[in-house]
Design a protein around this ligand. Structure first.
Ligand SMILES: [Zn+2]
Length: 428
């Protein structure tokens, strides 16, 4: 039986954990902030912030430096820096054309990125797992970093069940129901959790947290290379659906009389706006990849009629699909990623023309269309964010684990003395 005193204690512990989470999340997403800015962003009191920051300093997750006097009266507010090396995520990506790995520190600092091209061919999940383990090896740095590793995030060009990283379908890899998450967890030399998600979902997450859609609460993200995918942010949260399969906008049926799609259906959006469609309509081999698209863009810029006609077709169909998404989700921003980020100067006017012509006026007048800002590494950055999520949700668990493996450091009361002595060393 819980006494009322226990209940109060539990409540205050829940509040403490939630407040620590709010602070660490702000620092992770925004970078160094003054205590005053943390007060403004979290709504916590100055004294609550002080106590919690002292805990985070003692746990090594942040450092404080005095901020330069701003020329205003009063004591300047100390600047709190997330410590990139105190918590790190490994991000992995299985793309149709490449494999990639990155090491990302708290605060979002990307320390290393490795990307290797791979041929566009069907490949076994065993081979990909073996290649990923090899790619990640130099980033892991065991055994010293094991306790700092918050998790492994994996972006894959397929439909993924979030709970266990089962890839239900990845037509361009030739996979159906492949247990990528389970196999990677078994093969990697760490007990850190492995989280797998669709790469378009993670590209959208990266744009929302660190790119073109920061601070925007209602966003439609469209990306593609061979396949077309996307991500919808509703009221600040990514829409994942019941199992993680939401956002497969490339398989909206836009042209019921259209051509066959890799998913087994016909007339999907992907068959009108994907890389294959773009290249085929310009009279080019459809499997030329990134380089072929770059050549097509260059040809269009030089006035090549076939290249321009193909871009016009893709722009029109991109707009037609977006009409439905804008009508359904009422976003204020559409972000174009992947191939669409690269061709956006050639398609934006056609997209706006279709929105003007067909979308509901009330929704149309609120939305703008922008290229993404993350480039090819967007899904990788999103994979790191996925891996950080459990730690951001409960940094107190990390503090407890750290204090269990280290001798007790100075208590909160003496921390301000320590902070002053660290004044020059805390830059990130
Ligand atoms: Zn399809």
């Amino acid at each position: 039986m819980i006494t009322s005193r226990d209940a109060v204690g539990q409540r205050s512990e829940t509040v403490r954990r939630s407040n620590l989470s709010a602070i660490v999340r702000e620092l992770h997403l925004r970078g160094p902030l003054s205590r005053s800015e943390l007060v403004a962003h979290t709504g916590l009191t100055r004294s609550a912030i002080r106590g919690l920051i002292n805990e985070l300093v003692a746990g090594g997750l942040v450092t404080e430096t005095p901020s330069a006097p701003a020329g205003t009266p009063g004591r300047p507010s100390p600047l709190v820096h997330p410590q990139p090396k105190s918590a790190v995520a490994i991000a992995l990506e299985v793309n149709v054309d490449s494999l990639a790995a990155a090491r990302v520190g708290l605060g979002g600092s990307v320390e290393h990125v490795i990307r290797v091209d791979r041929p566009r061919a069907h490949v076994t999940v065993e081979q990909i797992v073996s290649d990923l383990v090899e790619l990640a090896d130099p980033l892991l740095g065991w055994p010293a970093d094991e306790e700092r590793l918050v998790g492994i995030g994996v972006a894959v060009a397929g439909i993924v069940r979030r709970t266990d990283g089962l890839v239900r379908l990845a037509p361009n890899l030739g996979w159906r129901d492949e247990p990528l998450g389970r196999r990677l967890a078994a093969a990697l030399p760490t007990s850190a959790p492995v989280s797998v998600a669709n790469e378009a979902d993670l590209g959208g997450l990266a744009e929302h947290r660190r790119g073109a859609a920061v601070g925007v609460t209602d966003v439609v993200y469209v990306t593609g290379e061979v396949g077309v995918g996307g991500n919808v942010i509703v009221d600040g949260r990514p829409l994942v659906g019941a199992a993680g399969y939401a956002g497969e906008i490339g398989h909206m049926i836009v042209n019921p009389g259209g051509t066959a799609c890799g998913c087994g259906s016909f007339g999907c959006w992907e068959t009108e706006i994907g890389e294959r469609a773009l290249l085929l309509r310009a009279g080019r081999p459809p499997s030329g990849g990134r380089q072929a698209v770059d050549e097509l863009i260059a040809a269009a810029a030089a006035g090549d009629a076939e290249a321009l006609a193909s871009l016009a077709h893709v722009g029109r169909w991109l707009g037609i699909g977006l009409v439905s998404l804008v009508n359904v989700f009422n976003p204020t921003l559409v972000v174009l990623g992947g191939i669409f980020e690269r061709i956006h100067p050639h398609v934006t006017s056609a997209v706006y023309a279709e929105l003007d012509r067909r979308a509901l006026a009330a929704s149309r007048e609120l939305v703008r269309v922008s290229p993404g800002s993350m480039g090819v590494d967007g899904p990788l950055i999103g994979a790191a964010e996925l891996a950080f999520e459990p730690m951001l949700a409960d940094p107190a668990a990390r503090l407890a684990a750290a204090s269990a493996t280290q001798p007790m450091r100075a208590g909160a009361q003496t921390m301000e003395v320590q902070i002053a002595s660290q004044a020059r060393g805390g830059g990130t």
